[in-house]
Design a protein around this ligand. Structure first.
Ligand code: ASP
Length: 284
């Protein structure tokens, strides 16, 4: 039996190719979080676990989500996050929310609502009304980066998590500070079904250039393909083949209902870690 299973990602990074210290820090962070998440998964559902892991990842300033999120072209940090419960089929999320600590918690809180994806001011108003206090997610590093106008599309570091629990339930969560230096109002893939999706057959979280991920409808397609009978490997390959004509930049983590763990990226330097009963692994 391969249940349960857990995989997390920390987006793409370029620095670790030139900075061995940064690479080691990211490996340690991902390994620590996948191990904590694994412990948690022993007594919690997949849904609870993806939220738990996302909080740990959002709170680590190494990653571009929650604390340490990137800054948009007007100097403001706006974050997006979504969670999808594979059992109920419910997707909920926040788009471009400002000044909160854990966007994934607000996305998760929205599971109970009829209106489950909120953007901008409405998302912030909802957060405040439900006890999420003011928090400034900008770090000195991100402010320096912004001031230097370093706008690399691949230096992102969004976070994501997919889990399969003992009961066979799947869930996926994704949280991002965006691609950095984007136009105000730009909508990331992370809080759409292109970037984050799960049902009872498969769960997927994406990272990379949101426009490419949306063009490829990637998470929803992979989940649909597995639901319709493809293996996870085939579904990943086909979906990545379809973004080749426009040189799509994307990375994916996934788990199917059998506990198979999948990862694929179109470019090098995606960072991720997984764990199941048979072992664990962190990106190299
Ligand atoms: N997909 C995110 C976005 O385009 C960025 C990332 O994954 O790093 O907003």
């Amino acid at each position: 039996m391969t249940k349960p299973a857990l995989i997390i990602h920390g987006g793409f990074f370029t620095e670790h190719q030139t900075d061995p210290l940064m690479k080691a820090q990211k490996q340690q962070a991902l390994l620590r979080i996948v191990r904590e998440g694994w412990e948690y998964l022993q007594t919690h559902t997949a849904f609870e676990t993806v939220v738990f892991c996302s909080i740990l990842l959002e709170d680590d300033p190494l990653f571009n989500a929650g604390t340490g999120s990137q800054i948009q072209s007007d100097g403001v940090t706006r974050m997006s996050a979504a969670v999808c419960d594979g059992t109920t089929g419910r997707f909920s999320g926040v788009i471009n929310i400002e000044n909160v600590k854990n966007p994934i918690l607000i996305a998760s809180r929205l599971q109970q609502e009829e209106d489950r994806v909120l953007g901008g001011e409405g998302a912030l108003k909802y957060a405040r009304e439900h006890g999420f206090d003011y928090y400034n997610p900008q770090t000195d590093h991100r402010i320096r980066e912004y001031e230097e106008k370093r706008r690399s599309l691949i230096n992102t570091g969004t976070i994501g998590c997919v889990a399969l629990d003992f009961g066979g339930a799947l869930a996926a969560a994704t949280s991002t500070g965006g691609k950095g230096f984007e136009l105000v109002g730009r909508v990331s893939d992370s809080a759409t079904v292109a970037g984050n999706y799960a049902n009872s057959w498969c769960g997927v979280s994406c990272t990379g250039v949101g426009e490419d991920i949306i063009n490829g409808a990637m998470a929803a397609k992979i989940v649909t393909r597995v639901t319709d009978g493809m293996t996870l490997g085939e579904a990943l390959r086909k979906t990545f083949d379809e973004i080749k004509p426009f040189d799509g930049f994307a990375g994916v983590i996934a788990i199917d209902s059998y506990g198979n763990i999948g990862h694929q990226d179109s470019h090098p330097s995606m960072v991720y870690a997984w764990k199941n009963r048979l072992g664990e692994s962190v990106f190299d």
